[in-house]
Design a protein around this ligand. Sequence first.
Ligand code: ZN
Length: 327
Amino acid sequence: MADEIPGLSPWLLHLCTCLDCGDALSVTQCTEVDEGGRTRTGILLCSSCERLWPILAGIPLLVDEPATYLAQYRESVLASLAEVNLASSKALSLIDDTIGSVRADAMRYGDDWTAGEDTAEAHGDTTSDVASDAASDDRGEAKRLYLQLVKCNQEAGVTGTVLSMLGAAQKGLIVEAGPGAGEISRALAERCEQLLLLDFSLRSLLRARTKAHNEEGAKVGAILCDLSQFDMASECADAIVAANVVDIIDEPQSFLRAASRWLKADSPFVMTTPDPSLGEGYDEALCEMLESLEYTIDDVRDDIPWLRRHSSRYSQLYWLQAICASI
Ligand SMILES: [Zn+2]
């Protein structure tokens, strides 16, 4: 699997900017490369303020304090790299050199994807469970209704709604914020030239990147970041997708403001959320926030099902609002 995973591609490096001063970054140290000679393990340097940013598995760590982040998430980061056979001694050295003498309480990733959203290889294909359920007619009324809902969720749920709002035209760069286990990433990679994944969890980025990777599809890259504090090159994105993420970001307004800079004029920003009130108590809160940031709201759809199938006996159902906005 490791051979399929790219290092840091020039197009991805081109999008990265220094979190402190906004200037361009370049690779200053490279201890491990992929088969194409691209940096897999190394360090990015800001030529203006000389801050350093680590690269692990070809993914730049553009968080405010990389040393503190790695001190907090060291075990989760190592476990995530091991899952994709990238926990090399060079990666371990970079992590420990970056941490240096920084001490922090250990944290774990809050990834909460369900078995049904995760890779079929790892957890069994729940879609075929549903298909075999549907094939037997001795089910009760409630189960028959549920199976209709499963079908509706597959056709008109989050992925179907996001793709329909994006439109059929092939895109250049799509930025996906908060890819989770990569359910939508895989579909997006067939709709664009380059897919950029943004998340705070290295595990999520590695899963989604692997899922979206396809020889025929888009080039897939990832940046590890805190969406409340992240920025990158202006007017780079032909579309932005944020499915079920706006409501769980600490500062959604900061993210939406930064995203308005990344987006090219009249390009779609598609978001879905189970909580468009953003905790304010009324469902128009998200649309109002977008308008205050000078977005134009192009489409709002409500009652989109988001069925989270944990096991054959446990499912969760949310009703989402989907919004397509532009600048
Ligand atoms: Zn800088």
